[in-house]
Design a protein around this ligand. Structure first.
Ligand code: PLP
Length: 547
């Protein structure tokens, strides 16, 4: 097995001195850091070459990060994000609140239509129970998010389980019996199949169960939108057009915001009343504009992807037109409860704010990582999507590996190179929401977070791996270098090229596990109705044994 040697600057032109002797981490036979001399580069020549050749692209990414960070910063400043300040007594807080309120009235502080009200120092305080006692954090986060994506309104909540959940709330916000949902970018992401009723949900309440029809406009041959078909695609009862910005598990191009804007114009020309909803997963901050700025009525996504900045522990968002955001909120909670309830602890509130602030930077690192993967894997003869040096529209880099074994080995190698659960060998299995067997590798601090280093892929032709991102392109770089595809080093021909330490046989301390379900034993016996039953006591004991 190969190990990650070290991480250093994203631009590996300097040499590195590591004077310590070989350091064993975790299990001595599995992970160790080799000694590097000052003349050594931590990167092999091909990677050095790739980085050198990407300096223009990296500079553009830096500029993008600067523009997006400035936009986020402006929004945070405008909504006056403030931390909880325990040194104030309640009386002082009351006094300051009154004083601030008076000043803001005099200054017409709410002239932008935003009421910043009693936001004094409590944004990270969170709330309990119904969440009615929330002191402004929830509202500030929603307002900041809405401003950042150019929407009238937003709801950013830890209570969204995932991107699929947020998208589902958004779809159920405006689709009613007799309406039609039209996916205009080909098949939507796998987990939406049961939501739509494209795949049987077992009578659990898909859109189809509620009498909502569904249709798709297949992608054009070049993997982009079929513009000609789109011009005549909207029917009188087409209530919503769904656009998936990122590629999902398809070998297709991700869409630019400009393309989304062009599609929206074509849709609205046919029927101005047709809503446009964008699945924004993996697209946030990859450009300096977002779909609501080009007319999308609603967008939705996950906080354990781009906008959580690697530190939001959970959650999702819906943003867009106020009326529909409220309706989506009513799906999340209940009609009548809307956006003004639901508690979130202070710890989480802070990470949602901080994660959003860090997000442009993390997305920038992910984009650099995707450029590197594309460059190195292309040089190795693999097909990649997007192609090398093509402007990115999401943070996903797909690599066509061509067979099941290579896909499994790739994911295994990524898992082994991860900071968390490196001792686990990911195995493919059934996962809730997915029809195909899927393999996930995410040795991440946040369970399932694809904001950190992760990759996954469905075990189906053409056996592509989808590398979502890494919070550090440097680390990504190292991992690209050190991906040995366990057991396939010779096929790839890398093991002699790179600073790799071979892990000698004996997978002691290694635990096989479906990373997403955390189920260590994946067999047909564990599956019921296509879902895996997990067995926490077994899982725990296996982990204890493994460590
Ligand atoms: C384009 C796209 N949409 C939706 C989803 C579903 O997100 P989640 O896994 O958070 O439910 C994904 C997941 O990877 C995706 O790639």
């Amino acid at each position: 097995m190969a190990v990650l040697c070290c991480a250093t600057s994203a631009y590996p032109t300097h040499t590195l001195r590591v004077t310590s002797a070989k350091v064993s981490v975790c299990s001595s036979s599995r992970v160790s850091v080799p000694q590097l001399h000052h003349s050594d580069s931590p990167f092999v020549p091909e990677v050095n070459k790739a980085v050198d050749s990407l300096s223009k692209e990296f500079r553009e990414v830096d500029n993008l990060v600067a523009r997006n960070t400035a936009r986020v910063l402006r929004a945070f400043q405008r909504v006056k994000v403030g931390s909880h300040c325990p040194t104030y007594s309640e009386f002082e807080i009351l006094f300051l609140s009154v004083q601030w309120y008076t000043i803001s009235l005099l200054n017409m502080g709410n002239q932008n239509g935003l009421s910043y009200g009693n936001d004094i120092d409590k944004h990270f305080g969170g709330s309990t129970g119904y969440g009615h006692e929330e002191a402004g954090g929830r509202e500030a986060l929603d307002q900041a998010f809405a401003e950042i994506v150019g929407a009238e309104s937003a709801i950013v909540r830890s209570q969204f389980f995932s991107g699929t959940h947020a998208i589902t709330c958004a779809l159920f916000a405006f689709l009613r019996p007799g309406d039609e949902l039209l996916a205009i970018a080909g098949a939507p992401y796998d987990t939406l199949e049961e939501v739509i009723g494209k795949r049987d949900s077992g009578g659990l309440g898909s859109l189809k169960d509620f009498g909502v029809e569904y249709r798709e406009v297949p992608l054009a041959e070049d993997g982009g939108l079929d513009w000609d078909a789109l011009k005549t695609s909207i029917r009188p009862h087409t209530k919503c057009a769904l656009i998936q910005r990122s590629c999902g598990y398809s070998w297709r191009r991700s869409l630019s915001v400009a393309e989304i804007g062009r599609a929206i114009n074509i849709i609205k020309m046919q029927n101005p009343g047709c809503m446009v909803m964008v699945d924004n997963c993996y697209g946030e901050f990859v450009e300096d504009i977002e779909p609501p700025m080009v007319g999308a009525d609603l967008i939705a996504g996950s906080l354990i992807k781009n906008p959580g900045g690697t530190i939001a522990p959970c959650g999702g968002y819906v943003a867009g037109r106020k009326r529909w955001v409220e309706a989506a909120a009513a799906r999340l909670s209940a009609p009548g409860l809307g956006v003004d309830c639901g508690s979130t602890s202070g710890d989480i509130m802070r990470t949602l704010f901080q994660g959003l602030f860090l997000s442009p930077q993390m997305v920038g690192e992910a984009i650099k990582g995707s450029f590197l993967i594309a460059e190195v894997m292309t040089a190795k003869g693999y097909k990649v999507q997007p192609l090398c040096r093509i402007k990115r529209h999401d943070t996903v880099q797909a690599v066509q590996l061509g067979n099941r074994e290579l896909l499994l080995s790739f994911c295994e190698a990524v898992q082994r190179s991860s900071p968390v659960s490196s001792f686990i060998r990911p195995v493919a299995g059934a996962t809730a929401g997915y029809a195909s067997e899927v393999i996930f590798a995410d040795g991440t601090f946040i369970d399932g977070s694809t904001s950190e280093l992760s990759c996954d892929g469905p075990l189906r032709e053409p056996f592509s791996v989808f590398c979502q991102r890494d919070s550090s392109s440097t680390a990504q770089l190292c991992r690209v270098v050190f991906l040995p595809f366990a057991g396939h080093e010779n096929d790839i021909g890398w093991s002699t090229l790179y600073h790799i330490q071979e892990h000698k046989g004996g997978e002691e301390g290694c635990l096989d596990m479906n990373i997403r379900t955390r189920n260590p034993v994946v067999s047909s016996k564990n599956q019921a109705n296509g879902r895996l039953k997990t067995d926490p006591p077994l899982m725990l004991s296996s982990l204890v044994q493994a460590s």
